[in-house]
Design a protein around this ligand. Sequence first.
Ligand code: ATP
Ligand code: I3S
Ligand code: MG
Ligand code: MG
Length: 348
Amino acid sequence: MGLQGQIIPYKNGEKEEDDDERAGKEISPFPPPPLHSKFAVVGYALTSKKIKSFLKPKLEGLARNKGILFVAIDQNRPLSDQGPFDIVLHKLTGKEWRQILEDYRRTHPEVTVLDPPDAIQHLHNRQSMLQCVADMNLSNSYGKVGIPKQIVIKKDASSIPGAVAKAGLMLPIVAKPLVADGSAKSHELSLAYDQQSLKKLEPPLVLQEFVNHGGVMFKVYIVGETIKVVRRFSLPDVCKRELSNIAGVFRFPRVSCAAASADNADLDPGVAELPPRPLLEKLARELCRRLGLRLFNLDIIREHGTRDRFYVIDINYFPGYGKMPEYEHIFTDFLLSLVQNQYKKKST
Ligand SMILES: Nc1ncnc2c1ncn2[C@@H]1O[C@H](COP(=O)(O)OP(=O)(O)OP(=O)(O)O)[C@@H](O)[C@H]1O
Ligand SMILES: O=P(O)(O)O[C@H]1[C@H](O)[C@@H](O)[C@H](OP(=O)(O)O)[C@@H](OP(=O)(O)O)[C@H]1O
Ligand SMILES: [Mg+2]
Ligand SMILES: [Mg+2]
């Protein structure tokens, strides 16, 4: 094991003023990793895009100062021959990789795999992704959280207008690929203004009622027990007049990507106001438990004209944490708390 009973240089949650400087200057390029003793070793299996956006020099430097070492996993070698790891961090797709991880979890119960592959699978389907939120039926004095009315169309596009009418889905409708596996195709969404045009869509799909929300959505990043919320621009409201004048299905680009930050925009306060923190904390805690995940974000909107009616529209596994404020501190503290818990368990 990486820790082997030694004390980790960790200053419990405390922020070190010069972390950024040390991380940026002193430790680049990094010396070869000593794969032994006092470091908590985090093996990672990520795409090159993810490595670039997440494993930035500042994160690696801060981690090293706190006694955490990130080590790339070689997918061409057995996992058991590598490490030894305290934690495995991953975001790769494919059945084979999932099987490798499941086998590894079974044979190495002492290693924390972030997160279990079968739990992540729930988020790869836009129907099962939101089921937990619907089941939760969260409603308290801070607000009510649900999901937009939606149906699944597995095949046969010609059946869509009938299915939409039968389910009583109101227009406009957002059409989303059923599979959300991180591929470019899984992010190709459309907005449909009339029932007949729905025939043009390509199943398998989730068809979701579009909820007017004032053109701003909230991205809630979750790292274990920590949550961070940011504002992003989103699709604008669709008014009744527009709906009656427009027909067709329109593809729309990735409207709420990081470049669409609305954190510093001059917005209507009723639209800009973040969802109440206690409501988000309850939602996040409950979702962590129900989904069995510790690393994800969720997109949530407030129905325009209401103060407390919220809808979760999307959940993403291991999202772009590189864009989450203070992620370096939050992530390293989280990793350390996991390793410390493992250590406590072992010594009892
Ligand atoms: N039901 C809805 N009502 C209103 N707007 C919606 C709805 N669903 C999606 N949107 C808009 O479309 C955008 C993309 O939808 P969604 O988040 O489901 O797609 P995604 O490709 O999974 O996004 P991400 O990049 O976050 O993974 C949202 O950020 C929001 O602006
Ligand atoms: O393509 P998939 O695997 O589904 O995941 C994406 C998420 O859906 C996006 O939300 C991430 O970007 P943002 O954090 O800007 O939303 C995006 O962040 P990234 O591009 O920095 O990795 C991805 O994590
Ligand atoms: Mg989204
Ligand atoms: Mg998504």
